[in-house]
Design a protein around this ligand. Structure first.
Ligand code: ZN
Length: 361
């Protein structure tokens, strides 16, 4: 598939999911966040999930995708198809059609009527040409998106930011775009997850620390470093900006603003080419510039592969769905290509012709 058609495909997929994103991170996020706080004050161990199924209004809402579009309304059950997906799934082929409640696509997506409740930041973001952002514009865009994330997900005030900086800074130093100022946030979630947003916002869930090891010598924090490197790469390579720029007009025509379009790849993952490029970015820098061994560099994906096998997403590309109990952003790792596939590609890349033999485990 060509790059252009990948982006076109991604734009179509994105237009479906932006409506979902509006639903998840938009109007109801604040009340969910407040609910999470209340649960925590009561001592419940609450995953900061949006708990979609718990919303009494949802089941009554009709599907919203306009008739005649290629999108047919479906019931929730088909969202996760049974059985393993294709070995190298493309987003457009593995993502089934979604039911999106009407309330989430703000009034009359087919018209250009102004909408009343939009924030100044959302209005401002819609004026941007994502292909030509100044560093200042990207920084503000990131800040606006950060606000969206924190509207639906709690930050962990006790998160170990210093550990993230120790592991991440050596790779940030190797990034091409020096104008980006990276900022780390630990999210109060036991889900194993990390993601990033334009402007250098890197998010790590508390659960990721459990995967990579709660206590690791700083000089041996390879697994965490690779996870961060992958997310830094998405920012350094402008993956979200390029992806959304390609479909920005179509998304806006459907009534989905730029901020919410930029959240789509968090819930759905990026196209394969971008995901593998992000892996390669981290792999190359860790094995050459930081002089880690291949095994050290691949440690994260080895751990993630095991975790995915134990937790029902060994083949990756899981669709965000209400019954998972995860927020949209918590689905990010599950929406990636399969860990075994990512691992295989890096192992193949790492084979040096002069060395003969297969890559070390
Ligand atoms: Zn990724």
């Amino acid at each position: 598939m060509t790059t252009k058609s990948r982006y076109a495909t991604a734009a179509v997929v994105g237009s479906l999911y932006t409506a979902l994103v509006v639903w998840l991170v938009g109007a109801e996020a604040r009340s969910y966040r407040d609910g999470i706080r209340r649960d925590r004050e009561r001592g419940n161990v609450a995953t900061p999930a949006l708990a979609l199924a718990a919303s009494p209004s949802r089941s009554a809402l009709p599907p919203t995708v306009p008739p005649g579009d290629e999108v047919a309304p479906i019931t929730p059950e088909p969202i996760t198809p049974p059985g393993p997906p294709e070995p190298e799934p493309e987003p457009a082929t593995v993502i089934p059609k979604l039911e999106v409640p009407a309330a989430n696509v703000e009034a009359a997506p087919s018209t250009s009527a102004p909408r009343a409740a939009r924030s100044p930041g959302a209005v401002w973001a819609d004026t941007l040409d994502l292909n030509r952002l100044t560093p200042q514009e990207e920084a503000r865009l990131g800040a606006e998106l950060h606000g969206l994330v924190l509207a639906g997900n709690l930050a962990d005030p006790n998160g170990d930011i210093q550990r993230l900086k120790r592991a991440g800074d050596p790779l940030i130093a190797k990034a091409a775009r020096k104008e980006v100022e990276y900022k780390f946030t630990v999210l109060d979630s036991d889900e194993v997850n990390a993601f990033s947003l334009p402007g250098g916002y890197i998010y790590v869930s508390r659960g990721l620390f459990q995967l990579v090891g709660e206590t690791v010598e700083p000089e041996q924090d390879y697994a965490l470093q690779f996870a961060l490197g992958h997310e830094i790469a998405h920012v350094d390579l402008k993956h979200a900006l390029n992806l959304v720029a390609a479909g920005q007009a179509a998304g806006k025509a459907q009534g989905v603003d730029t901020l919410n379009q930029l959240m789509v790849p968090i819930g759905l993952g990026y196209p394969d080419a971008q995901e593998f490029a992000a892996d390669t970015w981290a792999y190359q820098r860790m094995t050459t510039q930081l002089e880690h061994t291949r095994r050290e560099t691949l440690m994260f994906l080895i751990k993630l592969q095991g975790f995915s096998e134990r937790n029902g997403f060994r083949n990756g590309r899981v669709i965000p769905e209400s019954k998972s109990g995860l927020t949209l952003v918590e689905n990010h790792y599950r929406a990636h290509p399969a860990a075994w596939d990512r691992l295989d590609r890096l192992k193949a890349r790492g084979v040096r012709p002069a060395g003969g033999g297969s890559p070390p485990r």
